[in-house]
Design a protein. Structure first.
Length: 376
């Protein structure tokens, strides 16, 4: 069994592909896997690190501006699209895949198109509630369109073969228990707030969280775990300006990055975060009430749609970044934490939306398509 994976641009496209590839390899040890990604993209570093062979093509997205630079960028994009398509045809001719699986990002477009041209079965996995351009364009011709969130179906082409599979979620996330995690972190019975804005850090999220963290440092009402990200080293100074020295408060765990997320997420009573696809799936798996602050700087504003899928099911709340203030965020958290019925409702509804067997669902669909085409 020979399989090409394609997806890139962000970790939200790459990590699901790696999770699917890893599970496929676990179930089919003889499977040969090749990952095709963008030259210079994040995937060029992450894929070999995960142990998979990698080939690069050079593609770029369109600049929607009208400046001379935007026009020049778009000319390069068109040129790269032509050369990338040729490169993809060559890769497919040489590797001779049985299947091609795309997880989104503009790099997946030329790979999947070349596969379709050569009669190779194509499967798509869409992580978000609002599908990306590449996946929407290819969905009608794909042998299977696997959706993480059922709401995405209404944005796809009519006549597609849809399957709701969920996003692959780490086993450690699913199995982590609240009380054991709190004990491991040395937390007491006070409510625990977990907040983060991504590995790089989100300035607006940091600024808003500084208010409630500074207050908790003074009144000890909450225990708070917060990650300020790679570019947020100014955060402790901001909290200090608001009257709290983080280093002197045992109820505050403030750091650059959360490298034990399964434990921290399980320990939390409420989560403050962006609304990336994998984050959403992990929150659902743990059944955690959340206040979502979608990033406005993503394609098609898909994080907003991801968050609304939970908000519409009474499984969380949303603050758009344009409305975000420290005062509003503090009010939201206080309102949720002080209302046990609301906490329980959000938790139950989030958990109901969780799909914790996504890997198995995806694997079964892959094998069904593979066997079907072997028999033809």
């Amino acid at each position: 069994m020979r399989v090409i994976f394609a997806g890139g641009g962000t970790a939200g496209h790459i990590n699901p592909a790696l999770a699917i590839a890893g599970y496929l390899k676990e179930r089919q040890p003889d499977a040969e896997i090749l990952y095709v990604g963008n030259k210079g993209g994040m995937e060029e570093r992450l894929v070999p690190k995960a142990g998979f062979n990698f080939k690069s093509i050079h593609v770029s997205g369109f600049n929607r501006g009208k400046s001379p630079k935007a026009i020049a960028d778009n000319v390069k994009t068109v040129t790269r699209a032509v050369t990338a398509t040729k490169a993809c045809r060559k890769i497919i001719s040489e590797f001779k895949p049985d299947l091609c699986i795309g997880t989104g990002g503009y790099v997946s477009g030329p790979v999947m198109k070349a596969a379709l041209e050569k009669g190779v079965p194509v499967l798509i996995h869409e992580q978000n509630a609002f599908p990306g351009v590449a996946n929407k364009m290819l969905s009608k011709k794909a042998d299977a369109v696997m959706l993480a969130i059922a709401d995405a179906q209404k944005y796809m082409k009519e006549g597609c073969r849809f399957y709701v599979t969920g996003n692959p979620v780490r086993t450690e996330i699913i199995s982590a228990e609240k009380e054991a995690s709190r004990k491991k972190l040395g937390l007491d019975e006070r409510p625990v707030v977990l907040s983060f804005g991504g590995s790089l850090g989100a300035q607006k999220v940091n600024e808003a969280c500084a208010d409630i963290i500074a207050r908790s440092g003074k009144d000890g009402r909450y225990q708070h775990i917060h990650a300020y990200g790679q570019y947020g080293h100014w955060f402790p100074d901001l909290v200090k300006e608001k009257g709290t020295d983080i280093s002197q408060c045992s109820n505050l765990d403030i750091r650059e990055y959360i490298d034990n997320m399964p434990t921290c997420l399980a320990a939390a009573d409420v989560v403050v975060c962006r609304a990336g696809a994998i984050t959403i799936s992990e929150i659902q798996a743990q059944g955690k009430p959340a206040v979502f602050i979608p990033s406005p700087n993503v394609a098609e504003n898909h994080q907003f749609h991801n968050a609304m899928a939970l908000v519409n099911h009474q499984a969380g709340e949303l603050i758009e970044e344009k409305d975000l203030t420290g005062e509003l965020l503090t009010q939201k958290i206080d309102k949720i934490v002080s209302d046990p019925e609301r906490l329980a409702q959000y938790s139950e509804n989030a958990h109901k939306m969780a799909i914790i067997d996504a890997n198995e669902r995806i694997y079964n669909i892959i094998m069904d398509v593979y066997k079907q085409h072997r028999e033809e």
